[in-house]
Ligand binder design. Sequence first.
Ligand code: MG
Length: 261
Amino acid sequence: MIELRTPAQIEQMRPAGRFVADVLTRLASAAEVGVNLLELDRLAHDMIRERGAESCYIDYHPSFGASPFGHVLCTSVNDAVLHGLPHDYTLVDGDLLSLDFAASVDGWVSDSALSVVVGSPREEDLQLIETAQRALDAGIAAAVPGNRLGDISHAIGSVARAAGLGVNLQFGGHGVGRTMHGDPHVPNDGRPGRGFPLRPGLVIAIEPWFLHTTDEIVFDADGWTIRSADGSRGAHVEHTVAITADGPLVLTTRDEARVGR
Ligand code: MG
């Protein structure tokens, strides 16, 4: 069921968005050569505790996970792109790291992701991240009353196709509210003018993710970490966006330019 929020409820969602943005800003700064993924998870956990927030991930146990997630952060490195389970891995120069974080503050959830290169970047990795960010911007720009859900999907997919990238439709964006995953599903490609009519009060996570040379994925044995089928690297960016009468309101905007838009 698709739920619409009142303007007052959208105001109540701002602190969660602010908090999720602050955590990702801090984590992106902390993600350096020599830092372990478990340290990043611990840092996020500390911030959740200090804020009195609740993790959306730690007890999350959908059908595809072998066990509850058990961490508060997704850390996907290089050929991993989604749902990366934090593990004992120390970042090395040139790693492409995607961080996905969702938390609940005052009973409302926000969900956001970014990708950064640790140390010296490869040009092709920077381009992949830039393409994902442009796709996110295009999706957000289409998130206006009068459009339909397919317009957001089409905007994202068009950026990918223009860059010569394939789009995987198994995982995409979703409704956000009291819980992390609600209706509607927001695919990263689709037909314009189709699907649910966008109305003020719809709050969704828009989350393009792309792989360099494939749109096929494989799962690790733990059921969580999702990798490219061909070993090529991936990038993932995400914002929680409220559709309002005045246009899209990005609830998870970060202040620091260095960690993306
Ligand atoms: Mg997310």
